[in-house]
Structures are given as C-alpha cells and as structure tokens.
Design a protein around this ligand. Structure first.
Ligand code: TRP
Length: 330
C-alpha cells in the first residue's frame, strides 16, 4: 500500500468544512492507503492563541477525527509536537527551500497583509508542511484547493534535495476529493472558524437549523416566485454532499422552477445533515467521556511515527555528511 499523509490544524472543534474537505475522505482513504493523520499543533502556533486553549483544542481535534470514523486499527493518528523530528527535518529543508519560492505563496502573502508584525514561522510554514510529508516518504497527500500551492512547493523542495543529496524522497502528489473548497454560510468565504461562518460537527440539531435559516442562498432569488440557480447556492452545494441523489435532483428542480422556498429547502438539508452528524456526535460524546482512550491512541500513533521518522532522519543526515557517530546516536 502506498503511504499517505495529511494534517489538520487544531483550531478547536472541527466543522463541516473540515469534514467534507478532509476528514470524510480520510475515512475512505484509510481502506486503500497506509494512512498517517496528524494534528499539526506546530503549524497552529504561528497564529496568536491563548495558551490555556491549545491543549483542549488538540484533544478536541483528535476526538472529532476519531468520531468521524478514522480507525486506529487501520490508520495512524498522532500529534505533530509528539514527534520532534518534524521540526528537525524542517530546519534541514529550510536550507534547501528558497526565499523566492516561499515569497510566492499566496497564503503567506494574505496572512502577512492581515498582520502588523509577521513571524518567521508564517513564512516557513510550507517548509514544515513539506517536512511532515517527506518524513514518512508519503506519496499521496489529500488536501483542499487552498493547499495545492504548498504541495507544489513541497515537490520543488524534494526535487532540490534529491538532486543535491541523493534520491531519498518520493515527490508527493496531491489527492483532491470531490469537495475541494467548502464555502461558509455567508456563501462568500471559505468555511473557516475565523470567519464565523461554520457549522461545527458538535452543533445541536436546533442550533444547526438556527444557523441554516439565515444562510445566504442564490442572492438573485429574492422572492419565493423568483426562480433560483442552484449552482449559485451554497445550500444546494451542501445538499449535494449530505442528501441522497433523488433529493438533490428534486431540490435543484424545485429551485429552478421557483416551487419551493429557500427555508423549506434548508429544512430538508437540515434533516439529512443531522442524519450524518448524529452518529458522529454520539461517538464523540463517548470519546469525551473516556479521554484516556484518545490519549492512548495518540501515544501509540506518536510511537509508531517516531520510529519511521528517526529512520528517515538517520538516512538524511548520512546523505548530508552529518553522521559523525556512524549512526550510534540517533
Ligand atoms: N497546512 C494544512 C492546512 O492548513 C495543514 C497541514 C500541515 C498539512 N501539514 C500538512 C496538510 C501536511 C497536508 C500535509 O490545511
């Protein structure tokens, strides 16, 4: 089986954007790849955060990933900072990546524009991401659209490294699922916690409906009798991800024919969304009652990953002429 790596930031409780864009795919992929999934806390610290929030956020992310169906019998789940080799390899790759390439990253440019003072970690973020992937010589990386540029850079770094020190790393390939970019309830920005336009995976049924009710649909459909364009409506897009095929077809037809109002359409979505979320919420509640289970899974994951990571770094140091003890000290 080919090895696959992916990571998610511990930005608190995960939302349906994380679910559709990443974790639901992970659950499928774990059947056909050797999967390593990571809660990337060292990436998260490049943004301001409250110290007391970080540990709960990491546990929450891990809990929801497991609740969504990532199975520790099939896949490895761990926390990035439990495997210090990530940062060691990132330093090494910092000496391969170029300022010019990093400067071109649109995510860096966007973040730098929003902040008065920009820490160096935001700049070298994609180098750490590259280290995450190549530390395990992963060949496939499921990511959303916004990460494709980082993955292209990872391939560039790999090519430079291999050309200079020998062919150690495979070039990682992006694996994009069907939901490459999930818009928020504002139908304007990508769904993200910082925009406040999300539905959290743990949201209670009534709260989900309360958020769906004002969600922006096709803006040209102002009155019930105006025909709508499902392709311009994020509620329709969510239907395509959560509702059965005949429902999706009916919803689109009714929208175009101005047959059904948006609120009724949202109520139908609500029902199917909750059908998906309810079992996930039940599993999350059970895990939250037994946090030691989550901790055990993460510890076993980190232990497994450290073995692989140490082996990779031994090889890397040797190829780079850094192996003075002949590998006696790892
Ligand atoms: N940068 C990714 C994101 O924000 C998270 C991430 C970190 C990642 N390391 C990774 C994704 C390695 C894939 C592979 O979504």
């Amino acid at each position: 089986m080919k090895r696959l790596f992916s990571g998610v930031q511990p930005s608190g409780e995960l939302h349906i954007g994380n679910y559709l864009g990443a974790i639901r795919n992970w659950v499928t992929l774990q059947e056909s790849f050797e999967c390593i999934f990571c809660v990337v806390d060292y990436h998260a610290i490049t943004q301001p955060y409250a110290v007391e929030d970080m540990a709960p956020r990491i546990m929450d992310a891990a809990t929801w990933i497991l609740a969504c169906g990532v199975d520790p019998e099939k896949a490895t789940l761990f926390v990035q900072s439990d495997v210090p080799e990530h940062t060691e390899l990132a330093w090494i790759l910092n000496s391969v990546a170029t300022m010019g390439d990093l400067n071109r990253m649109t995510q860096f440019k966007e973040k730098a524009e929003q902040q008065a003072s920009v820490n160096a970690g935001i700049f070298t973020y994609p180098v750490l991401q590259t280290a995450d992937i190549v530390l395990y010589k992963a060949e496939r990386v499921p990511v959303g659209e916004d990460q494709l540029q980082h993955l292209e850079l990872a391939r560039e770094i790999v090519r430079s490294f291999n050309a200079r020190f020998g062919p150690i790393f495979p070039e990682p390939q992006a694996h994009t699922g069907t939901a490459r970019r999930i818009m928020g309830l504002d139908n304007q920005f990508k769904m993200s916690k910082s925009r406040g336009n999300t539905i959290a995976l743990g949201e209670a049924s009534e709260a989900v409906m309360a958020k769906l009710a004002p969600a922006v649909t096709d803006v040209n459909r102002k009155r019930l009798k105006d025909p709508g364009d499902p392709e311009k409506c994020n509620v329709y897009t969510l239907h395509t991800h959560f509702s059965p095929e005949p429902v999706v077809e009916d919803v689109a037809a009714q929208c175009r024919a101005a047959g059904r109002g948006c609120l009724d359409c949202k109520k139908i979505l609500h029902r199917h969304l909750m059908d998906d979320l309810a079992p996930i919420q039940a599993r999350a509640a059970e895990l939250k009652a037994h946090p030691e289970r989550v901790r055990d899974i993460l510890a076993a994951g980190a232990e497994h990953c450290r073995k692989v990571a140490q082996e990779t770094l031994r090889e890397v140091r040797e190829k780079m002429g850094l192996c003075r003890t002949g590998g006696r000290i790892s």
